[in-house]
Ligand binder design. Structure first.
Ligand SMILES: [Zn+2]
Length: 82
């Protein structure tokens, strides 16, 4: 099972959960900062990291793309105003 990345508005720093193999990062972080945070956690856990992106223990690339619910909401506001 591969490492998963979760986003939480309740966390102010990355949190590693060994039971669910989940790295929880603060929601709203810039995607570049999220990648750095995830890399740092994986590095501490002993997974060697590539030059770019983040890599699981098994060598698979970890998806650090955040969901962007805010953008969808602002588009609705624009549509409503037009
Ligand atoms: Zn994996």
């Amino acid at each position: 099972m591969c490492v998963l990345v979760r986003y939480s508005t309740l966390e102010r720093r990355p949190v590693w959960d060994a039971d669910s193999l989940t790295i929880t990062v603060p929601d709203g972080l810039l995607s570049s900062l999220t990648a750095i945070a995830v890399r740092a956690v994986l590095h501490q856990l002993g997974a060697s990291q590539p030059e770019f992106g983040a890599r699981c223990f098994c060598g698979e690339t970890v998806d650090v793309t955040p969901r962007i619910p805010e953008q969808r909401r602002s588009q609705q506001v624009i549509h409503h105003g037009a």
